[in-house]
Design a protein around this ligand. Structure first.
Ligand SMILES: Cc1cc2nc3c(=O)[nH]c(=O)nc-3n(C[C@H](O)[C@H](O)[C@H](O)COP(=O)(O)OP(=O)(O)OC[C@H]3O[C@@H](n4cnc5c(N)ncnc54)[C@H](O)[C@@H]3O)c2cc1C
Length: 303
């Protein structure tokens, strides 16, 4: 209730105050600050995935501008020593406006990244986007087998079937590469598990299925029981270090992240940045008021 209230009034708080909280989770407004944050993480033996923050778009000109911004980012980053790849959200390129145009813009970006032998991860947004996002992923994966991956959400009841349906995309020299996360959006109980234990059980079942089928797993979680469960599966199936990585969000549970690095696991941090940080921060908080708890908790305990 208090969370709900705080998240509703947050957009009316002064930007400066919101920035005090957001700066822990966002690597600044521009590419230079993202590079600085990435280098600091790289020095701690952590890879990055860079994400340009965006708001909802109203027309395809905005989608095109977002594509151009990403291509500039890729061309800039590839001239640096940053060890990382890229994440993007399909709605920023018009998924909800014109699927074909969105595909073309996403193809332009994957083609650019492929020219550097690098990789783009397609984030998964809320459930109205799931089918179209998978369809775009399928087409891109066929054309650029080594340069594109997808996110799947363990809270969705359909996810296991989605993984099975995509097994045909596996080729001899290019595995499937999925980031598995719990899922951040508010979804109906008809299609999504709502209970913490159910979500976690489903997460580990999906992850086990991925390992059994030779799928590269990006294990995206800060939840200790899930990290423990994932480590047990890595041991059980003797998964080599080039077949998985752990992923966490910028600024979240840094001590836990460092422990994974110290244990020898590959670790990557999701580094969001960009001019649109304010709308992004407040929208995310409104979508998921439980985040306020995370933020308040993280402000008190940076562990
Ligand atoms: C690299 C990465 C990429 C992601 N990409 C997507 C995506 O494409 N689509 C999607 O729907 N979701 C995405 N997510 C979000 C994900 O779905 C979860 O909502 C989020 O990670 C929280 O779940 P958890 O597994 O950490 O477990 P939880 O049980 O939610 O959290 C466990 C503990 O971690 C800490 N924590 C978790 N999140 C935060 C936070 N934001 N701030 C502070 N502390 C926190 C808290 O201490 C909490 O108690 C991504 C997450 C990561 C790490």
């Amino acid at each position: 209730m208090l969370n709900q209230l705080i998240s509703q009034v947050l957009p009316y708080f002064p930007q400066k105050l919101i920035w005090q909280v957001s700066k822990n989770y966002i690597a600044g407004e521009n590419t230079q600050s993202a590079i600085a944050a990435s280098r600091a993480l790289n020095q701690a033996n952590i890879m990055v995935t860079l994400d340009i923050l965006g708001e909802f778009i109203q027309n395809l000109d905005q989608a095109k501008a977002n594509r151009d911004e990403y291509i500039d980012l890729i061309n800039t980053i590839e001239q640096t020593d940053v060890i990382g790849n890229y994440s993007l959200k399909p709605t920023m390129f018009g998924l909800l406006l014109n699927k074909d145009a969105c595909f073309e813009y996403m193809r332009d970006m994957v083609k650019t990244v492929a020219s550097y032998n690098n990789f783009i991860r397609i984030d998964m947004e809320n459930s109205p986007c799931t089918d179209d996002t998978i369809e775009i992923f399928r087409a891109l994966k066929k054309e650029f087998p080594k340069n594109v991956g997808l996110v799947l959400q363990a809270y969705l009841k359909r996810t296991r079937q989605d993984i099975e349906n995509m097994l045909d995309l596996k080729t001899a020299d290019a595995a499937l590469n999925f980031r598995l996360c719990k899922g951040i959006y508010v979804e109906s109980a008809n299609i999504a598990y709502k209970n913490y234990h159910e979500i976690n059980a489903n997460y580990l079942q999906d992850l086990e299925f991925m390992f059994k089928n030779g799928i590269y797993a990006a294990i995206a979680t800060h939840d200790k029981p899930l990290i423990d469960g994932a480590e047990a599966l890595i041991e059980k199936y003797d998964i080599p270090k080039d077949k998985y990585e752990f992923q966490m969000l910028y600024g979240v549970t840094p001590k836990q992240r460092q422990k994974l690095v110290a244990t020898g696991h590959p670790v990557r941090v999701y580094v969001p940045f960009g001019k649109q940080w304010f709308g992004y921060s407040t929208r995310r908080l409104k979508e998921n008021p439980a985040m306020v708890n995370h933020i308040l908790k993280a402000m008190l305990d940076r562990g």
